[in-house]
Design a protein around this ligand. Structure first.
Ligand code: IFM
Length: 461
């Protein structure tokens, strides 16, 4: 009998899915995203409403994670529930989170808890939120409270999700609340978020010395439209530098790079304030210099012609499926951080309502992840975004990332083929030949062919 070929992942590699409170829970009417929605700013015109109904019934969806034999599930705490008014703590809300975390433990699923995933209580927002350094203390107080009360149920924390997306979408592009378009303010918010992370790190560490604490950044590659054009090259490098690497450097060292360090003072205690690097990776952008776009930092971003893509969002923003980008991001983060900490893919996902590209996309990205691990990059886990379809911020239900499809009107669930595939991968802790053959036979050669293994899977060329 010939042995089937497989790419095995390291023992105790953590497989899971990621989610966020506002996108799944439903009934969150005390945060800035609800206000944004009331102001008619959701592009689809939809309302988050009951979302995936997780506040009542998340456990039903946890069953899918259990069936896939996921070792972890990432979810977030909704600050506006736990502290609905300044300094007033809602014990019932906290109790609901305790029930959810206990339920995950019963299923042998490790909860990974995000403390800030884009949303904040209105009282905090009305004080200026993260635009004001003096407000960081409120975030740290909330983190301290949550850690003290959930420490017996969680020891794996993500302080802040994607500070770069939160700041650029909300303060530079103006498409997330509060809808500002101000570069200097964007950097101040970024600095305050990092300061919030650093202070939260030490607060959690003092309560729970054995915990794992980090933040996750959204990494995006930017390629020049015309590689021979110095303007396109310069703008691509600037955008990638600002979006990814300036923030990574600031979080690593406490210092923003020149010229932003001229007005952003260093953050003390930043060096060492993490136990891992959280990496969210989705796509790459092609960029052309365009002097008419100051709020896009003078770069017109578009999708390379002929690329295989995610479903388009309402503003066409979900982009190319580019597996090699994950490998490139892992390499760069590892190099820039001198290999000082383990890495987790805290998010990677595809919006594809028909599930026609997702299986191959997941396999191709995991092959790239495996390549990075083989080369010695210490990646310890992978979280697919997301377990179920959910309310995608300003795109509402228009784009679908879930392994499980949800009809928001009926709350009916239908697992997509990708869910069965992801289950096979998690159970085997490997990409096996039979799984690849079943879900994306066109990738067999590029994933397993020895001379081909390092090539970009042909499906995505
Ligand atoms: O849905 C979001 C998530 O909240 C943050 N990272 C990107 C996902 C897909 O856009």
């Amino acid at each position: 009998m010939t042995q089937q070929r497989a790419l095995h992942f390291p023992k105790s590699f953590l497989w899971g899915t990621a989610s966020a409170a506002h996108q799944c829970e439903g009934g969150n009417t005390n945060n800035q995203w609800y206000r944004w929605e009331q102001q008619g700013r959701i592009l689809s015109g939809e309302q988050c409403g009951d979302a995936c109904d997780w506040w009542r019934e998340a456990e039903k969806d946890f069953t899918f994670a259990e069936q896939m034999e996921n070792g972890a599930l990432r979810l977030s705490i909704e600050w506006s529930r736990v502290e609905p008014d300044e300094g007033r703590w809602d014990k019932d809300a906290l109790e609901r989170y305790r029930v959810l975390l206990a339920d995950l433990h019963q299923r042998h699923i490790t909860p990974v808890v995000t403390l800030h995933h884009f949303t904040e209580p209105l009282w905090f927002v009305d004080r200026g939120g993260f635009a004001h350094e003096q407000n960081v203390q409120y975030f740290v107080r909330y983190v301290t409270y949550v850690t003290q009360h959930l420490r017996d149920l969680c020891d794996f924390w993500i302080t802040i999700n994607e500070p770069n997306v939160y700041a650029t979408e909300g303060y530079l592009r103006g498409v997330f609340p509060p809808g500002e378009k101000n570069l200097q303010l964007t950097f101040q918010v970024l600095r305050n978020l990092i300061q919030g992370h650093v202070a939260a790190f030490y607060a959690i560490r003092s309560i729970q010395p054995e915990s794992r604490i980090g933040y996750c950044l959204h990494y995006r590659l930017f390629e020049p439209s015309n590689p021979l054009s110095p303007l396109d090259q310069g703008i691509a490098r600037t955008q990638e530098g600002l979006f990814n690497w300036a923030l990574l450097q600031a979080a690593e060292t406490g210092r923003f790079p020149f010229p932003t360090n001229m007005f952003l003072p260093p953050i003390s205690g930043a060096a060492g304030a993490r136990d891992y690097h959280g990496i969210n990776y989705y796509t790459r952008e092609t960029v052309r210099f365009d002097p008419t776009l100051p709020h896009e930092l003078f770069g017109r971003r578009f999708i390379r012609p002929g690329a295989i893509c995610n479903d388009a969002g309402l503003d066409g923003s979900f982009g190319e499926i580019y597996p090699e980008g994950l490998y490139r991001v892992l390499q760069t983060v590892y190099r820039r951080t001198h290999g000082n900490k383990p890495l987790y893919i805290t998010e990677n996902g595809f919006c594809d309502a028909a599930d026609s590209r997702r299986p191959a996309a997941i396999l191709a990205h995991l092959a790239m992840l495996h390549r990075a691990i083989r080369e010695g990059i210490p990646v310890r886990g992978y979280f697919y975004w997301s377990l179920v379809d959910n309310f995608e911020w300003n795109h509402g239900w228009y784009v679908r990332f879930g392994l499980v499809e949800i009809d928001p009107l009926t709350q009916r669930r239908v697992p997509r083929p990708s869910a069965s595939m992801f289950g096979e991968i998690c159970r085997a802790n490997a990409l096996t030949e039979s799984t690849v053959e079943r879900y994306a036979p066109e990738l067999l050669d590029t994933i397993f062919g020895s001379s081909e293994t390092h090539r970009q899977p042909s499906f995505f060329i």
